[in-house]
Design a protein. Structure first.
Length: 277
């Protein structure tokens, strides 16, 4: 019965949160199946390319841009940041000994801290632990180090886990899911309205991207910004577009949302940094 209810929810535009009785694994499977059926000509891994998995004309322009990607200077900046010691003589490699190819480890649930840890949060924790000033979470230098880590992590597979031994992890996932399906703002839209119900349709000159793959390619250089930006910067933009008040970047709301969205993209390859119009 719960699968029927969930399928009906998805097939009727997913206007309400997914069934609370369905497991995350069941929800991820049903959303993936829904998207694959919705776009039958798209191979599953192609959803990692976001809107360009379904927008043929946009994809042609994107592939041309990728010949000389605008994010390359940010990768170079990030590499320099990674290799430059902090004032105390240590560096990022002391915080991330498995780095720099570590993007696939985030976001994850930290049982000790009782919260979702994202990569930007971990980067600033590293800086502060070594007496350095934290970076902004939406613009600026954080995009350099994120771009470098993302580039080195290309090809890793998204594999977010929800630990069964800590019910707070599932609670964080559920909160992220609730955020995704909740209507907000003066336009009374949810994330699901755009990226499930109307995925593939146009709003003005933009094609709405499908729900799968939203977290695979960050940070992103957007022509609209003329700059690199983080995933949480994009969350801000989405909230503003529906005329809702944005939440704090790297606050609990956005981190839980990222946790849910990344879990929904489990199995897709990481291919950041990215470029979008």
């Amino acid at each position: 019965m719960k699968k029927i209810l969930l399928s009906a929810t998805l097939l009727t535009a997913a206007l309400i949160p997914l069934s609370a009785s369905a497991s995350p694994e069941e929800e991820q499977k049903l959303i993936t199946e829904y998207m694959v059926k919705r776009f039958p000509g798209v191979e599953l891994n192609e959803f990692a390319n976001g809107v360009y998995a379904i927008d043929e004309i946009g994809r042609q322009n994107w592939e041309a841009i990728e010949e000389f990607p605008p994010y390359e200077p940010f990768i170079d900046e990030g590499e320099q940041m990674w290799n430059t010691p902090f004032a105390n003589g240590k560096g990022y490699s002391d915080c991330f000994p498995d780095g720099p190819a570590i993007a696939g480890k985030y976001p994850h649930w930290d049982k000790k801290k009782g919260m979702v840890i994202t990569l930007p949060l971990a980067i600033n924790a590293c800086l502060e632990a070594n007496g350095e000033k934290p970076l902004g979470y939406k613009k600026g230098k954080i995009n350099g180090i994120l771009a470098y880590i993302a580039y080195k992590s290309r090809g890793q597979v998204t594999q977010v886990e929800i630990p069964a031994d800590d019910p707070r992890a599932l609670e964080a996932y559920e909160k992220g899911k609730q955020f995704y399906f909740a209507r907000r703002g003066q336009l009374n839209f949810s994330c699901a309205n755009c990226h499930m119900q109307y995925a593939g349709q146009n709003i003005r000159a933009d094609t709405l991207s499908p729900a799968l793959g939203h977290t695979t390619h960050w940070p992103v250089y957007r022509a609209k910004w003329g700059d690199m930006g983080t995933l949480h910067r994009r969350f801000d933009g989405c909230n503003k577009q529906v005329r809702a008040k944005p939440f704090k970047a790297q606050g609990e709301e956005y981190r839980n949302l990222e946790y849910f969205m990344t879990y929904m993209s489990n199995g897709l390859p990481l291919n950041g940094p990215g470029a979008r119009k």
